[in-house]
Design a protein around this ligand. Structure first.
Ligand code: ATP
Length: 249
């Protein structure tokens, strides 16, 4: 069995009396999409934030490629190979697609933001940005203002920005949110291919996308993982049906 690229070991996080993360140990293996599902308030975002460094766990560890990154800042985790796309878009709407991708590439080289206009002309950075845009299929839109992209294209650009850092693992928080049926289908196809680049830990409410994509699914309820398994195993679990999916799954 291959070693996990990303893992949490016994993570715990409470807000007052509420246990938002209850002894969570999950992992992400090379080439896989591991989906985290669960009802509203189950603790998915809280878990993701602890993995990415935005929230400090009360106890437990986060491991990235065998390295304990629990004490790392968000930026240090990104530099160590954690690629994140956000529930709320972090793109610069007034800037072009290429400019956004170059900003991402600058992050990979630890460059200060004030150098970003000159950076547009630096060929190595441009090349890194252009390669990422090509990878997500946005080359033809490189001069489009980000504000003029469709919702789905913005999601693709977020992935391109993350790709400029050459991530070893992706963490995605509801990438399908706000997309119509057609957009979700297209993004599902795109993520399907992306897992070869880097495995994806995927928090998603869109069950069609989850069941189409996930190699494994973990179900979080009241901060606790109640089941981990393949789509078929999760669909047929009585406990999961009772706690979350109901009988339509
Ligand atoms: N900063 C905070 N302070 C207090 N309680 C919090 C805080 N952040 C989250 N919570 C609580 O922790 C629990 C888990 O919230 P979280 O947002 O992680 O759930 P979720 O599974 O991501 O929900 P959703 O699917 O609605 O996004 C909820 O009961 C929430 O109210």
């Amino acid at each position: 069995m291959s070693d996990p690229v990303l893992a949490t070991l016994n993570l715990n996080k409470s807000f007052g009396a509420l246990k938002a993360t209850d002894d969570v140990s999950i992992d992400l293996k090379p080439g896989e999409i591991h989906a985290i599902i669960g009802p509203n308030g189950a603790g998915k975002s809280t878990l993701i934030q602890q993995i990415c460094g935005g929230l400090r766990p009360d106890s437990g560890r986060v491991m990235l490629r065998g390295q304990d990154v629990s004490g790392f800042s968000t930026q240090a985790r990104a530099r160590a190979g954690l690629g994140r796309t956000f529930q709320i878009s972090q793109l610069c709407m007034e800037d072009s697609v290429l400019e956004n991708a170059v900003l991402g590439a600058m992050g990979a080289e630890h460059m200060a933001w004030r150098f970003w206009r000159p950076a547009l002309k630096r060929s190595a950075l441009r090349e890194r940005a252009e390669a990422a845009l090509e990878r997500v299929g946005l080359t033809e839109n490189r001069d489009t203002r980000c504000a003029n992209l469709s919702h789905g294209q913005r999601r693709q650009l977020e992935v391109a920005v993350a790709l400029t850092l050459s991530p070893k693992a992706f963490v995605m928080d509801e990438p399908m949110a706000g997309l119509g049926a057609e957009g979700s289908k297209r993004l599902t196809g795109f993520l399907d291919g992306l897992r070869q680049e880097a495995p994806i830990l995927l928090v998603e409410h869109d069950m069609d996308a989850v069941f189409a994509l996930a190699d494994r699914i973990s179900v979080l309820v009241y901060g606790k993982v109640i089941a981990t398994g393949t789509a078929d195993e999760i669909r047929s679990s009585r406990e999961v049906r009772d706690a979350y999916l109901g009988d339509e799954a």
